[in-house]
Every structure is written in structure tokens, then in C-alpha cells.
Ligand binder design. Structure first.
Ligand code: FE
Ligand code: CA
Length: 541
């Protein structure tokens, strides 16, 4: 019933592999900082984090560094001590002290502040430090120290409502087995002001056999499905499993580079816990009881916190499986509302999957955000004075039908299509004097750009904004063909590409949102070229 997201092995259309795009010029456009990072490893195109002065022969900063939750005067810095990252971390039990230093220069000579953070096994020796008293719209550089060992260096940046522009990178869906993270290498090179991650940071599934297999994907087409590297265990359910899975993903040097280059704002989707879970309902309720799912969710949330640059959630201390991830951030002309569409939603209607809406789908009591988040979003949107109001959400807001009219639309009911009353409520807020709404969205492993209308599938109703979805970082898209053949039934969609991995570069200025759809030539290679597929200005679509 639920889509087999967890068994995706990648997809590349062989017939389109012949025309190679020109290799990009490596050093062009690199900032001083990324130039230094990338040149640090003897001019190689790959920045491998520096692991200096390993103590007792062990390296503790194996998972890199990160920053997040950028505010005009604060950011959160992150690292984790993990000498044996794939086996629980490998730290002895007890308190460990980690020194940190924040500088205003990338050479780390001008120390702005330093301090000591303590951590212990109850948080997997992860370190979260909130740095306060910073200036808005400024770059800062940071590093951690454990004994005489130093971490890789990181760059972060505070937000500022007064910036002239905002350069936002949108990332999501990074199935480890289905592709290397060339997209993250390219993202780090861009040196964005902020990275927005809308979920599927890890996948919970087990180990797939390595290699390529040809499979029928319908319509007489066969495609190559590929597992390029493997997960480290069977499907994950315990805290031990989730920690080791995050460590596996975070061991990737390109993902580490993307974390080290800019602050991230993050919210999870389904695979951080279980495919297509909704509030207290797992994917397969017949296989796990409510209580088992609560325990699993707690483990998943705790490991998520331990590996993300986010505020410590007080709920986890009370053993409650709850995280507050939705929040507002202001970057120059863009006010970003990052949503959480998993924790508070009603269960998918009509048994989930792709189908015409049944009558229970239209129940006005059904919710995508939960009452509290929905009220918060509508209040923030109404009060906003920003030129652009970004809504960063997990699943598509754009309606998409998989059949032709005049029959009622067949849609993916895990997306906003399965929550028509909730979508109508948000659409009418957006239709009433909210300045330039732009959705930045993930989930469907397909790059897409669309114009949004107040009534789904009705281009005669009021235009309310746009949705831009970059390619998935590495997850594949077996349903790309199903979408392509129905393209003409969805004329509000102006760009669709389910064939390639990638991400979106979105640049906001006072009168424009410019989207650059970056795509990875070959997801099977970490050093694959990455190039621009198309560029879109929202005012032109
Ligand atoms: Fe995904
Ligand atoms: Ca998903």
C-alpha cells in the first residue's frame, strides 16, 4: 500500500547518458573559505576533513562539525566524539570536556570567544553549544578541541533581516545506498547563507545487495537500478541502531563538507523514523504495536537530536517522543517557515498510496500540521513584512494527478493531495495578502517547479504562489515515468525531472526568487560532475 520508498535503488535513464555536459570549472566562483578547504587536501577536488593529532591513536571528530538554527545574534555549534562511530561511538562512559573556539577570521587567529562544553554517554557524547552575542549577517569560523586533538574547521553565518539577498540551498532525501553525495560537494562549493533540509536525512531500511540490475518500470522501458554502497545493519528500530545509522551517513566527507560550510535548518520527514509514519501511526501497524512504535519514535528522535545542530528538546528528558522542529527564520528578503508535516498529521486517508480520494479524505477535521502549528503558521504569514514568504515543507503542496480528466484525480495521498481541507485552509491564508509565497519542498525524489492556484487543478482560480523542488541529494525515483506520462494533465507544473539527483540553489532578492536546479551527472560516483539543469525566476512562471 505505501510507496516502496525504502527499497529505492536509484534510477538513471541509459539512453540519456551519452551527451555528457561540459565539466565544470572547479575553482570558479569559490569563496576564499571553500577555496582554502578544498585546496587543503593537496588541490584534490574532494575536501576530506582534517583529523589532526589523533589522541591515543584514535580520532574523535570522525563525524565532522556542524552549525544550525541561525539567528541574528546566535547559532548552535555541533560535533560528536566518536572514535568508533559505527559501533555506538566508542567513547568510555562518563563526562568528557570539549573546548570550542569562535573566530571572526577563517585562519582562526582572531578569537571572539571560547569555552568548554561537557557531554556524556546519555547524549552519545554529542556536543551542542549555543553561541550568543553575535552580529547579524556575519560569517564566523569555529573549531572544537578534545585533548590535543582538533576538529575540522567550520564556517557559519548569522541570519539578518537587513541583508539584500539570501542564498538558500534546499536539500532532502539522501538514501546512502542509492547514490554518492556529489550534490553535497557542489552545495558546499556554493557557500550558501543557509541550508534547508526537509527530511529523509537517513533511511531506516536494511542492507541491499550491491550492484546494478535492470528492471521493467512499465511502458516498455527498462532502467538500471543500482546500489552503490551499503547500509550497516538490518532495518533500524533501537537507539543503538539509529545512532549507528546517523554515524554511517555522517561519515561521508561530502555531507560533512556541506555541514561545515553553512548553518542548517532541519526538520525530519518519514524515513528518520519509519516509512510514511503519521503522528502515532507507523507504516505497518500490524507489525509493531502502538507502544513499540512510541519507543521506536523516541529512539529515532533522540538520535536525530544527537546528530543535528538543534536546541536540546526538553521533551526528550521527560522520555516523551516529541520534538519541536517547526520554526521561523528571517534571511534578508525571505522569511522562512520550516514546517513539520509528520508529527502532528492525521493518518493518510484511504489506506495511503496513489488513488482517487475516498470520502474520509475530505473530513474537515483532518490536519497536516496539527492545530497549534497551523495557527502559528497563519499568524506568522499574516504578520510578515518580508518580500518573500517561504514555506519549507516535506511533501508537495502542488497537486499532481496520475490520470487524465474528466475522471476525478488519482493522487499521492501522503502529500498535501491527501489533506484537501488542510490545503484549502492554508491556500486561503496565502490568497489573502501574503507577499510572494514560495514553497521549497522535498520528498518525491523529483525536481519540480509549479504555479499554485487557490483551487487545486483550477488555473482560473487565484494564483497564490510557487513551489520549487530541487532534485533529491541521492535517492532514486522509480516512479519518474508515471509522472512524465501525465505531465499534460498537470499544466501548472512548468518543470519536472525525476531522472537525476541534485539540489536547489534559491537566491532571494527584493523582487525575485531565482532557482537554479543543480543536477548530478552520475550518482554512482562521488566525483561526478554537477551542473545546472535549468534556471527559473518565479516571476516568469
Ligand atoms: Fe525520500
Ligand atoms: Ca519521504
Amino acid at each position: 500500500q505505501a510507496r516502496p520508498d525504502w527499497m529505492i535503488k536509484g534510477c538513471r535513464r541509459l539512453s540519456h547518458m551519452s551527451a555528457a555536459p561540459p565539466l565544470r570549472v572547479w575553482m570558479e566562483g569559490l569563496s576564499m573559505f571553500s577555496r582554502r578547504l578544498f585546496l587543503a587536501s593537496s588541490g584534490a577536488a574532494l575536501w576530506v576533513p582534517k583529523l589532526a593529532n589523533a589522541q591515543n591513536g584514535k580520532q574523535h571528530f570522525t563525524l565532522g562539525v556542524a552549525s544550525g538554527s541561525p539567528r541574528p545574534s546566535s547559532v548552535i555549534l555541533w560535533t560528536r566524539l566518536a572514535p568508533n562511530p559505527l559501533q555506538g561511538g566508542g567513547m568510555p562512559s562518563g563526562v568528557a570536556q570539549v573546548r570550542y573556539r569562535v573566530c571572526t577570521d577563517e585562519e582562526m587567529r582572531k578569537t571572539l570567544m571560547d569555552g568548554i562544553a561537557t557531554t556524556a554517554e546519555d547524549k552519545a557524547h554529542s556536543v551542542h553549544v549555543r553561541i550568543e552575542g553575535l552580529r547579524p549577517g556575519r560569517e564566523y569560523f569555529y573549531q572544537f578541541y578534545y585533548g590535543d586533538e582538533e576538529s575540522p574547521g567550520g564556517r557559519t553565518r548569522t541570519s539578518s533581516p537587513d541583508d539584500d539577498s539570501a542564498r538558500i540551498a534546499l536539500a532532502y532525501c539522501q538514501h546512502y545506498e542509492s547514490g554518492h553525495y556529489a550534490a553535497y560537494r557542489d552545495l558546499a562549493e556554493w557557500v550558501p547563507d543557509c541550508v534547508v533540509h526537509t527530511g529523509d536525512y537517513i533511511y531506516e531500511g536494511g542492507i541491499s545487495p550491491l550492484g546494478a540490475r535492470m528492471r521493467d518500470v512499465g511502458g516498455g522501458e527498462r532502467r538500471l537500478f543500482e546500489t552503490v554502497r551499503q547500509h550497516n545493519s538490518d532495518e533500524i528500530t533501537t537507539l543503538w541502531d539509529y545512532r549507528n545509522r546517523y554515524a554511517l551517513y555522517r561519515s561521508d566527507p561530502h555531507l560533512q563538507a556541506a555541514h561545515a560550510i553553512a548553518p542548517w535548518i532541519v526538520a525530519m520527514d518519514d524515513h528518520e523514523v519509519d516509512n510514511n509514519w503519521a503522528s502515532n501511526t507507523p507504516q505497518d501497524p500490524e507489525k509493531q504495536t502502538q507502544l513499540e512504535f512510541q519507543v521506536r519514535k523516541y529512539a529515532a528522535f533522540k538520535a536525530y537530536y544527537e546528530h543535528m545542530p538543534i536546541e536540546e528538546p526538553p521533551t526528550l528528558r521527560d522520555m516523551r517522543p516529541a520534538l519541536k522542529l517547526y520554526n521561523k527564520y528571517v534571511f534578508g528578503p525571505a522569511q522562512i517557515h520550516l514546517l513539520d508535516t509528520r508529527q502532528f498529521r492525521s493518518d493518510q486517508p484511504c489506506g495511503d498510496g496513489r488513488k482517487p480520494l475516498c470520502s474520509d479524505a475530505t473530513d474537515p477535521a483532518r490536519t497536516m500540521l496539527g492545530a497549534e502549528q497551523e495557527a502559528w503558521l497563519s499568524r506568522e504569514l499574516k504578520q510578515s513584512s518580508s518580500a518573500f514568504n517561504v514555506i519549507a515543507t516535506q511533501t508537495w503542496f502542488t497537486p499532481y494527478r496520475y490520470n487524465a480528466p474528466p475522471d476525478g484525480p488519482v493522487t499521492n495521498v501522503d502529500s498535501w493531495d491527501g489533506y484537501p481541507a488542510a490545503r484549502n485552509r492554508l491556500s486561503s491564508v496565502l490568497a489573502n495578502d501574503v507577499s510572494s509565497p514560495v514553497f521549497l519542498t522535498g520528498d518525491w525524489h523529483t525536481a519540480m517547479a509549479s504555479t499554485l492556484y487557490e483551487k487545486p487543478f483550477d488555473p482560473t482560480s487565484k494564483r497564490i504562489g510557487h513551489e520549487l523542488v530541487g532534485g533529491p541529494i541521492s535517492s532514486g525515483c522509480p516512479w519518474a515515468r508515471d509522472m512524465e506520462v501525465m505531465r499534460s494533465a498537470n499544466p501548472h507544473v512548468s518543470h519536472l525531472n525525476g531522472q537525476q539527483r541534485g539540489y536547489l540553489r534559491a537566491t532571494f532578492t527584493s523582487d525575485n526568487c531565482h532557482g537554479e536546479f543543480r543536477v548530478v551527472e552520475d550518482a554512482g560516483r562521488a566525483n561526478s560532475p554537477v551542473f545546472t539543469d535549468i534556471e527559473i525566476r518565479t516571476k516568469d512562471i
